[in-house]
Design a protein around this ligand. Sequence first.
Ligand code: HMH
Length: 189
Amino acid sequence: MATCHPFLVAVRDGSLPVASFAAWLVQDYRFVTDLLWFQARLLARSPRHAQDVLAAGTVALVQELTWFEARAGELDLTLDAPPLPATAAYRSLLERLDTSGVPVALTALWAIERAYLDAWSFAAPGGHPYREFVGHWTTPEFADYVRSLAAAADRALADAATADVDAVFADVVRAEVDFWDMAWTGSRS
Ligand code: HMH
């Protein structure tokens, strides 16, 4: 469900109302803002081997916010809407991960980005008018980034004495499903 949600089916066939997509976009902008907060702090405490991928990813998130702002301008959206419950809950998860050990936090970051890549790959190439968006989130560069995060997480886990990553993986998948549910339910109410 995290990566083949009805919301994504509707993006793929172009049947999703633009207002629903816009409402989701505003919430995702907030999520990216929260993720940037989490990732910059993870970079600050990460081992030497993970700095490169985390630093590059942090810059990419800053650029992603700029990209959202440009798209919002085209769609005549304001990006300052308050967070909906699923967005606030995801923020709480990120705050908890901020206090987790680096191996767990890195694994969670990989899961967050992998879920997003798989979701948009499922929706590819996207129906009109969503093609540009789907293309933006399914680039080979983004796939490379997700692979690099996997390698960094694997290495951090190999160096760790103990780390329970099953629970955090489940938490991320739950948060992703809830985020798509929010977008989909909101679009039909
Ligand atoms: C909900 N998950 C969600 N939004 C995103 N932008 C990403 C992951 C990837 O950054």
